[in-house]
Ligand binder design. Structure first.
Ligand code: COA
Length: 167
């Protein structure tokens, strides 16, 4: 498995994956509209197959992980991509990485908390506002759980990427 920088030749595929995962080519977080296909990121490849992608946005000393998408679950793809984003953020001088998920996404809540992320903000019924921008967001999500609340998680990057540099 190899993690590489997302290149322009990957962007159509990123758009397709975003549509599949988020029901459109945009992602809304904290009222900000992101187009993942236009963001920096990483892809994970196995042989000639793309098996995952991560996109992020750096603002000040914070890095938002906008999307993390593992096509093969429980194979190490998400971990490899998250590691690459954290190291890129640390190299860019960020002190924290944060992301938003929804109350139904139990696998993501587990995955991120196992990797030192902590819940920092909960917006009960936050998805009502998101649905005004993205009416296609389904009522039910993972495990048939109603998608209602936004949950932000964050991780301090202290110590991440020490001895690592971008070449
Ligand atoms: C959340 C998500 C990114 C996790 O990615 P993933 O690739 O399944 O994660 P990993 O495989 O790296 O790690 C998951 C577990 O599998 C284990 N694992 C990794 N490789 C393994 C292998 N070869 N065999 C068995 N287990 C393995 C890891 O140890 C890890 O367990 P742990 O958390 O107890 O340490 C993925 O489920 C996903 O894409 N979900 C849909 C999109 C999403 O919700 N994104 C997040 C919000 S934007």
């Amino acid at each position: 498995m190899l993690v590489t920088n997302l290149s322009d030749s990957d962007r159509t595929w990123v758009r397709e994956r975003t549509e599949l995962l988020f029901g459109g080519d945009l992602v809304v977080s904290r009222d900000v509209v992101h187009m993942p296909a236009e963001l920096p990121g990483f892809i994970c490849v196995e042989g000639s197959e793309r098996v995952g992608l991560a996109t992020f946005m750096i603002e000040g000393d914070s890095c938002e992980l906008v999307t993390l998408d593992a096509l093969c679950q429980w194979c190490g793809v998400g971990s490899a991509l998250l590691d690459a984003v954290e190291k890129a953020a640390a190299a860019a001088g960020c002190s924290r990485v944060w992301m938003i998920t929804t109350n139904d996404n139990i696998d993501a809540l587990r995955f991120f908390q196992r990797r030192d992320f902590r819940i920092s903000v909960v917006r009960p019924n936050g998805m009502e506002a998101i649905r005004k921008l993205k009416p296609g967001v389904p009522s039910n999500g993972h495990y048939g759980i109603p998608i209602r609340d936004e949950i932000e998680l964050e991780k301090s990057l202290a110590g991440v990427g020490e001895g690592w540099r971008v070449v």
